[in-house]
Design a protein around this ligand. Structure first.
Ligand code: FPP
Length: 241
């Protein structure tokens, strides 16, 4: 049988279902977030093992600021814990870390730990792990529009020259390729303001598995499903052959 080797270059994941997972065990929501770390680790490992060059995780959305303060604080603590605990292993695996979104409202300690870890891993040349933190696609696009308008006003670009590649260069993801595969766990069929521009031609994969239960086998199933799909980018099947 022909070996299928087309792995996505850029995988993005909406890690959903932590709260429901915890509730099912009669535990507090935060226990679900804590238990989610194992799934994050397995996913990163899978990407390293299979040369998936870019992994982008939706870790905290602009809308997540509306959750109860106790949960927001716990998520911030968890971010710090993740960075401190995993930075050695991320480095050993030659992983570069990046963040997209607005860190303005993040607690000083979380921001500092994040920036320190990014700096520590900046010369790595393996896969790029991007954490979407304080991220919302509409905020990203609004900021891009504002900055493009400013550039036009200052004579750096002309209105006629604004095209898709210019817009792309003003997004937080300017140095990342488009997303090939977007996975959402927990049986919800929504995009929830994640990477709206970047998923224009992505394959979408939804699974009922709650994020803390998500493991390498589930990810492998998603990849196998992706590999069977024909990505036509608006063309016909015949044109692709
Ligand atoms: C969605 O589950 C998950 C989040 C809002 C946070 C995701 C955060 C983590 C997995 C931990 C932090 C990750 C890193 C990489 C530091 P939910 O709470 O919306 O679940 P529910 O829909 O069942 O309520």
């Amino acid at each position: 049988m022909e070996e299928i080797i087309n792995y996505p270059k850029h995988l993005a994941i909406i890690m959903d279902g932590n709260g429901r997972w915890a509730k099912k065990q009669g535990m507090m929501r935060i226990f679900g977030h804590e238990s989610a770390m194992k799934a994050v680790r397995e996913t990163v490992e899978y990407c390293v093992e299979n040369h998936i060059s870019y992994l982008t995780l939706y870790a905290f959305s602009t809308e997540n600021w509306n959750r109860p303060a106790i949960e927001v604080n716990a998520l911030m603590e968890l971010l710090i814990k993740f960075l401190k605990k995993e930075s050695k292993s991320l480095n050993e695996n030659n992983i570069r870390l990046k963040t997209i979104g607005r860190l303005d409202h993040f607690p000083k300690k979380a921001k500092e730990t994040l920036l320190e870890t990014i700096d520590k891993l900046k010369d790595n040349t393996g896969i790029t792990l991007t954490l979407a933190l304080g991220y919302g696609a509409r905020e990203e696009l609004s900021t891009a529009v504002k900055n493009i308008a400013e550039a036009v006003k200052n004579g750096l670009i002309s209105t006629e020259n604004i095209n898709e590649s210019v817009i792309n260069s003003y997004l937080y993801t300017s140095d990342l390729p488009d997303v090939d595969l977007l996975i959402r766990t927990s049986g919800e069929y929504r995009i929830s303001n994640f990477l709206l521009w970047q998923i224009a031609y992505s394959e979408l994969y939804f699974t009922d598995v709650l994020w803390p239960d998500f493991n390498k086998n589930h990810l492998n199933e998603a990849i196998l499903n992706y590999q069977k799909r024909e990505r036509r980018f608006g063309k016909t099947s015949e044109q692709l052959r």
